[in-house]
Design a protein around this ligand. Structure first.
Ligand code: MG
Length: 344
């Protein structure tokens, strides 16, 4: 098997602001693994809050020797080898995981979701995310989001209630809230959550800083809405400690090293009685269709980034009545949009 990769810059359609962070253009590493005339695609989008950069991803990928493995059927052994090369680099590891699954699917002529016994008919609605914006921009973005049936709103700033009031003037759709660690005290968080509970909000993601385990436990015991960990949970090993502090967690390919470990996290969550959502950073259809392949096993889905970026190198996933439709094409089912998209 041969590994190639290249860096592409993806642009947001509009500047995207969350608590403490704004994104416009960002580099992403795209991976290709070739075997017997087929090519599997993977994507490493560096996460801003766990110290991964494009430079680190490239250094990590350069370390790997996949030639020692005969074929992608050795996926367990390959992914264990990849995981052993560095304690971090989760987005880079995810790119290998998804490229291998895509390749395996193409060689076997099966869609990736079939490897996880997923029924594509069980796909939950996916949310459309609004960054922190002016009322005019919120209205403009909502007018472009008519295909979505749940709205995710980024809070944790100076005018949280104003943002929700603007959204509510435009739509009665269910809302999910992500504070991105932005609420500074448990009392402030609880007061906001009681107010949000009156606004048809489904759950709250990462209300306070990820280090505040005890405060989140206090909040969970009093909150009328589920409290979901995002920044506080990266991988399978992080799940065991969350039960006292959160009702569930957000799985992302870039955090959890890909589909294989994401699937194991969902299984463990079911054993522990935890809720799961599956989300994204700013990835293209590549990472999104990898996540979507296991998304029907989750309670909530937030896989909207292809619709938030301007230069997706692949076709957007099919979206019907607010749900991503998994195709029966082999592998991840990606369709290359940009003719110049080839790894060098
Ligand atoms: Mg989040």
């Amino acid at each position: 098997m041969k590994l190639d990769f290249k860096i592409l810059c993806l642009r947001k359609k509009y500047p995207f602001t969350i608590s403490g962070h704004t994104t416009t253009v960002y580099p992403v590493v795209f991976v290709q693994i070739s075997h017997e005339g087929q090519v599997g695609f993977g994507e490493a989008c560096p996460g801003y809050y766990f110290d991964e950069t494009v430079e680190k991803i490239v250094t990590f990928l350069d370390l790997l020797d996949l030639q020692q493995f005969k074929n992608p059927d050795q996926i367990e052994a390959i992914l264990e080898y990849v995981d052993s090369k560095d304690a971090g680099c989760t987005a880079a590891k995810a790119s290998i995981d998804m490229a291998l699954h895509d390749l395996q699917g193409k060689l076997k002529q099966k869609p990736c979701y079939s490897f996880f016994s997923v029924n594509p008919d069980g796909m939950p609605l996916t949310s459309y995310t609004l960054g922190m914006d002016t009322p005019d921009m919120i209205r403009k973005k909502l007018s472009e989001a008519s295909g979505f049936k749940i709205i995710k709103v980024k809070l944790g700033g100076a005018d949280d209630k104003g943002i929700i009031k603007t959204v509510r003037e435009e739509t009665a759709l269910p809302i999910t809230v992500d504070a991105n660690q932005g609420w500074k005290s448990k009392e402030e968080a609880l007061e906001m959550i009681h107010w949000l509970n009156e606004q048809n909000v489904l759950f709250i993601e990462q209300p306070m800083p990820k280090e505040n385990w005890k405060e989140h436990g206090w909040l969970k015991a009093r909150s009328p809405l589920p409290i979901i960990a995002d920044e506080a949970v990266l991988r399978l090993r992080d799940i065991e400690r969350i039960n006292d502090s959160y009702d569930g967690f957000n799985i992302k390919m870039v955090k959890c090293t890909g589909m294989r470990e994401g699937y194991l996290m969902i299984q463990r969550a079911k054993e522990l009685g935890l809720k799961t959502m599956i989300g994204c950073m700013g990835e293209s259809s590549n990472s999104i269709l990898a996540a979507a392949s296991i998304a029907p096993l989750c309670d909530w889905v937030d896989l909207d980034s292809p619709w938030l970026i301007a230069d997706n190198p692949f076709e957007d996933p099919d979206l019907k009545e607010g749900k991503i439709i998994l195709s029966d094409r082999p592998g991840l089912g990606l369709i290359t949009r940009n003719r110049s998209y080839h790894a060098s």
